[in-house]
Design a protein around this ligand. Structure first.
Ligand SMILES: Cc1cc2nc3c(=O)[nH]c(=O)nc-3n(C[C@H](O)[C@H](O)[C@H](O)COP(=O)(O)O)c2cc1C
Length: 202
């Protein structure tokens, strides 16, 4: 039997709530890129890839991010919907890791998010076939000019290939730096509506 972890020792019962507090603290302290995290996906054969994306809030227990569904990450997730992510705020000496299933948000949610973006970003979503080879910077700029002309004088609709993703974590680790590399690590595993927690050796 593994040793039982006293909840009193942990930063709290709800790891998503604690994550949100830490993320807010990083933003309020003006730390660089407080909402950037590394997102790892993998092919069905288990070959991983990782990149930085931006955190766009939590909805119904899921982390939100936005991307091109036809990008490399989008295609990997379509075949293998499991992902892992890591936030690190060096000035807070804290790390948060999560793992879980990723799903596309509803078209309505993606539309609402897209509508709030500035027009140049909306045009960019049309102009960039993210992760595909592009001949030159000039070719990318020419594509942007083409879509600018196409939508001139009217709203820019959301392209089908662009939208919100939800990562629903079933495992969250809260990591706090400790003295002499004896860090505190709390691994929370989803257990129905609650979370089970274990302290891990650093
Ligand atoms: C600070 C930072 C924030 C980024 N935010 C996003 C993002 O929110 N969504 C996104 O698709 N790409 C974002 N990118 C670009 C990705 O890192 C990556 O280049 C892109 O998504 C293509 O990745 P892929 O080919 O693995 O799909 C960001 C990059 C940086 C450095």
């Amino acid at each position: 039997m593994p040793p039982e972890t006293s909840l009193d020792e942990t930063p709290g019962h709800d790891p998503l709530a604690i994550f949100l507090e830490w993320q807010k603290a990083a933003a309020e302290r003006g730390l660089p890129a407080p909402d950037a995290f590394a997102l790892a996906t993998s092919t069905p054969e288990g070959r991983p890839s990782v990149r930085i994306v931006l955190f766009k809030g939590v909805v119904n227990g899921a982390l939100r991010l936005v991307t091109n569904y036809q990008s490399r990450k989008g295609e990997e997730l379509a075949k293998n919907p499991f992902a892992a992510l890591t936030f690190f705020w060096p000035a807070l000496d804290r790390q948060v890791r999560m793992e879980g299933r990723v799903e596309r948000a509803s078209p309505q949610e993606s539309d609402a998010y897209f509508a709030k973006r500035d027009r140049e970003s909306q045009l960019g979503a049309w102009a960039s076939a993210q992760s595909r080879p592009v001949a030159s910077r000039a070719a990318l700029d020419a594509e942007l000019a083409r879509v600018r002309q196409r939508f001139e004088g009217g709203p820019v609709p959301r392209p089908d290939h662009w939208g919100v993703l939800h990562l629903l974590p079933d495992r969250i680790e809260l990591w706090l730096s400790g003295p002499h590399r004896l860090h505190d690590r709390f691994a929370y595993t989803r257990d129905g509506d609650a979370w089970r927690v274990e302290r891990l050796a650093p």
